[in-house]
Ligand binder design. Sequence first.
Ligand code: FAD
Length: 379
Amino acid sequence: MDFSEVTLSDEDRAFRDEVREFLASVVTDDVLRRDRETGDNFDEQVHLALGAAGYLERDWRAEADGGFTAVQRRIFELEVSRAHTPWFHWPTTAMVANAVDHFGSEELKAEVLPHVLAGRCRLCLGYTEPEGGSDIATCKTRAVRDGDGWIVNGSKMFTSNAHHAQYVYLVTNTDPNAPKHKSLTMFLLPLDSPGVEIQALRTVDGDRTNITYYSDVRVPDRYRIGPVNGGWGVLREALNAEHGTGERATDGLQKLAVMTEHALLLAEEVDRIAGTVGERLDDGSVAYRLGRSIARLEAALSTPEMFGRVAIAQTMRDITPELMDIGGTRSAVPEGLNAEYLFRLSLPTGIYGGTLDVFRNMIAQHALGLGRPNYTPGR
Ligand SMILES: Cc1cc2nc3c(=O)[nH]c(=O)nc-3n(C[C@H](O)[C@H](O)[C@H](O)COP(=O)(O)OP(=O)(O)OC[C@H]3O[C@@H](n4cnc5c(N)ncnc54)[C@H](O)[C@@H]3O)c2cc1C
């Protein structure tokens, strides 16, 4: 791994200052307070401002196509995290916009992409179902041909941000008799279609997600993304991006792993607690536990790709109880983004975008070459 420092050019420094100033003007205390209350991880005014300033478009496009340079992208990601910007609706939207760009019809691209880049249109993920999400291909939500369109029936769990999105990127089953990886078809379904119902769901960390229901929803064929029964191939690309297992650039500037934003929040809390221990460092157990927490955090912050995804969530789970202990009673009171909150956040962090168990299996199988796990009882 390359640990060398990047020397910022004058233009890069000017860009960093510009982004920092912009975020300070839009991510106000009021926005942050509202975001914690709603658990939305989204603020429409902030999102529209980012769109109007051209940041969403430059983040989405490749450098050769008018997007950020690699250094600018890194600066932008770090500044967005440091400002605690309500943000997580954008990576999802950007990922689905990529799928629309690669697999959608020209008509659909024209309908959706300009509004996405301006911030007016957001896209959410409809993969997980009530009977299980790790194996997406077991999808039971049905889409049946009806003239020049389709009729969709089913339900999806954890359709995060659906209540702020205009479309859901929906996995459907279009051939229940086919092998499961040959039975899927993807749609970009407009969420204002008659028959769509969005029901709020709160998670343990106070975030808001949703259950979405689809009852006889009619969707024209132009909203199909990719071939009929060829949805698995379309989906794989988005899943690789979500898992952080896609191809990586070799310049060392790429975000190290998905969810490093959470690790940066943890680093802030570790620093805060370390700043309060004072003389208690003379107590060997405080020094040992704080030192171990810092070492674990540094390791997580330096671990790339899917390994980093596991290291971040596991480290959050392991060290936040230590931090609450060291910080004393106040650290256990829900107050801002403190250790207590980060402990609760660590639980879904190890679930969404694939559970830690599933990631550990992927590492065992694909990185260590240990073969497929065998779940036969008694083995
Ligand atoms: C806050 C939050 C937001 C989310 N947002 C979205 C979203 O926007 N869109 C969306 O589609 N989904 C979303 N999800 C769903 C998420 O992707 C799934 O929860 C996740 O993939 C796990 O699926 P599941 O909950 O159905 O658990 P299951 O797949 O039923 O798993 C249950 C348990 O079995 C284990 N397990 C399952 N399969 C294996 C295996 N092969 N090997 C070892 N262990 C296994 C799991 O680790 C878990 O402990 C979100 C989830 C949360 C908590």
